[in-house]
Design a protein around this ligand. Sequence first.
Ligand code: ADP
Ligand code: S3P
Ligand code: MG
Length: 176
Amino acid sequence: MISLVGLPGSGKSTVGRQLARRLGLPFIDSDHVIEQRIGCSIREFFEREGEARFRDVEEEVIGDLCRRDSGVLATGGGSVLRSANRFALHGGSRVVYLRSTPEELFRRLRHDVSRPLLQVEDPLSRLRDLFEIRDPLYRETAHFVVETGRPSVSALVKMISAQLGIAPGPGGATPT
Ligand SMILES: Nc1ncnc2c1ncn2[C@@H]1O[C@H](COP(=O)(O)OP(=O)(O)O)[C@@H](O)[C@H]1O
Ligand SMILES: O=C(O)C1=C[C@@H](OP(=O)(O)O)[C@@H](O)[C@H](O)C1
Ligand SMILES: [Mg+2]
C-alpha cells in the first residue's frame, strides 16, 4: 500500500487517483470510505456529531485500510493527529507527504466550501496554525517528502513513482 498524507488541498485525492492509474493499482480515498460508513457528507457529520466523533470513525477506517495489501490511499488531512493512525500508516504502507505552504493551499481552497475546518473568517491563518501543528506529524509518519508548490499533478505523479522505485509496466506496476 502507498499512502499520501498532507494538509487539506495538498493534492492527496487528485495526485493519488492519477498515481493509482499510472501504477495500475486500486485507488482508495479514506474520506470517501468514511462517508459511505456514516451515510452523509463529512461536513454534515462534523456539524452534527463534532470533530472528535469524526476522528473515531477515521481511526477505524484507517486501521482497516492499512491491513489491505495493495493500492494507493489518499488520507484525510487530519489523519496524522492520532498516534494510532501514524503508527498504522507508517508500518502498513509507504507514506508520501505532499508538503505545501499555507499560502499555496489558501489559493487553491479559498472558494471550496467542502472543507469544514476552513469555513472560518480567516482561513489563511487557520491553515498556518494547521501547518505548524501538523508539519512535524506528517514528517514523522512519512517515508518521503515531496514539495508540491511548483510541480503539476502529473509531474508529481512521476516524481513519486520514481522516488518509490516503481515504474509503470505494460500491465500496471513493475517494481524496479
Ligand atoms: N500540484 C498541484 N498543482 C495545482 N493544483 C493542484 C495540485 N494538486 C492539487 N491541486 C488542486 O487543488 C485542489 C485540492 O486538491 P485535493 O486533491 O482535493 O487535495 P486533498 O485531497 O489533499 O485535500 C483541487 O482543485 C486540485 O485540482
Ligand atoms: O484536515 C482535516 O482535519 C480534514 C481534512 C479533510 O480531508 P482533506 O485533507 O482531503 O481535505 C477531511 O478528512 C476532514 O474534513 C478533516
Ligand atoms: Mg482529499
